[in-house]
Design a protein around this ligand. Structure first.
Ligand code: NQM
Length: 351
């Protein structure tokens, strides 16, 4: 039980929610830091009743911010997934939703100065070693969270946070297609093992007897399905250069089916044990990238857009990601618009 509170910003980034800390306010030793974060979030406990986590992987997330260690970035951002019902904290993935509130948090904490009506923040994503650029509305010298932009999965409208990425292929796997193949077969299912910002295994919903329109709750209630998908994930991990993934939150397992609402395709993503209420930013970029391959479950069902704007359908709507595609078909960069909001600024008291 700690009597002294730890400075903490509680923010919504995109369709996720998390605790944003300055690295200097946390133990430098990763094991001590992770132990503290578990106690702050209230893990392990399916209800996280004795902590601030929201009993859902999407609301049990942490961003650790520090002055940038690199000349080409303004702030360092380490993402940590705090498992809800296991005593695990993993940095084996980044998070594009939590990323959306990193710029605002860095400005709020004085790590990045305001630079006019709009402040560009270059964010070194420590998990992958890549740099993202975010544009933050800063009228009158402070962050504004108010604005006209709505995103699926979040009620109301807020200030847009445009995000741009370059060179994110192989972020955690070392290569866009870590096995060198567009399609591998695991446990009889055709799978694309791919990482354009997020390690993902793309599978066809029909191979699991599904339409791809099932709700989050329906999929989570299907124990046999979850066991089959987890067995494939554990085999895919080493094939993707991720090693033993038993205790990590990657790869994500994405079931694809044809689009139903005019998008490129429809998704249901296991992240990896619960089902995402929408879809992750990097996961959407990765599945959009998979849709452009010559073969594979995504390519088989995708309807390609003509303008580089890929609308990825998910359980609560769609996420639009922009792909910058070179003439030879290489994907140079990607973009997405998120929103973010400061929810609470104060001291958190770990158990
Ligand atoms: O893919 C959840 C989220 C994410 C990841 C998850 C994400 C991304 O918050 O960029 O943001 O996949 O665990 O949506």
């Amino acid at each position: 039980m700690s009597e002294d509170g730890i400075r903490c910003l509680w923010m919504r980034g995109g369709t996720s929610k998390g605790a944003y800390f300055l690295a200097k306010d946390l133990p430098a030793d990763p094991a001590a830091r992770d132990d503290l974060l578990l106690r702050i979030m209230g893990s392990p406990d399916p209800r996280q009743i004795d902590g601030i986590g929201g009993a859902d992987p999407l609301t049990s997330k942490v961003a650790v911010l520090s002055p940038s260690s690199r000349a080409d970035a303004d702030v360092d951002y380490l993402f940590l997934q705090v498992f809800v019902d296991q005593a695990l904290v993993s940095g084996a993935q980044g998070c594009g939703n939590i990323l959306a509130a990193v710029g605002p948090a860095a400005i709020e904490r004085g790590l990045v100065p305001v630079a006019g009506e709009e402040t560009q923040v270059r964010i070194h994503m420590v998990n992958s070693g890549e740099v993202a650029t975010a544009k933050i509305a800063t009228p009158g010298g402070r962050v504004s969270y108010r604005g006209p932009t709505g995103i699926a999965g979040v009620p109301g409208t807020h200030a847009a946070v445009p995000l741009l990425f370059f060179g994110i292929a192989g972020s955690m796997c070392g290569a866009l297609l870590p096995t060198g193949n567009s399609v591998d077969v695991i446990d009889g299912a055709a799978a694309t093992l791919i990482d354009n910002g997020m390690p993902c295994v793309i599978l066809s919903a029909t191979d699991f007897g599904l339409s791809g329109m099932e709700t989050r709750e329906e999929l989570e209630a299907d124990a046999a399905l979850k066991a089959r998908i987890e067995a494939i994930r554990l085999k895919a991990g080493p094939m993707m250069n991720l090693g033993d993934v038993k205790d990590t939150s990657v790869p994500k397992m994405t079931l694809v089916s044809p689009p139903r609402a005019g998008g490129v395709l429809s998704t249901r993503t296991f992240i990896p044990h619960r089902v995402h209420a929408s879809v992750g930013v990097f996961a959407a970029i990765t599945v959009a990238t998979a849709s452009r391959l010559a073969a594979g479950p995504a390519a088989a069902v995708a309807v390609q857009p003509e303008d580089g704007r890929f609308r990825i359908e998910h359980p609560t709507g769609e996420m639009e990601v922009f792909l910058d595609i070179a003439e030879d078909g290489t994907i140079r960069g990607a973009g997405n618009i998120r929103t973010a909001r400061k929810l609470f600024d104060g001291l958190v008291f770990p158990r």
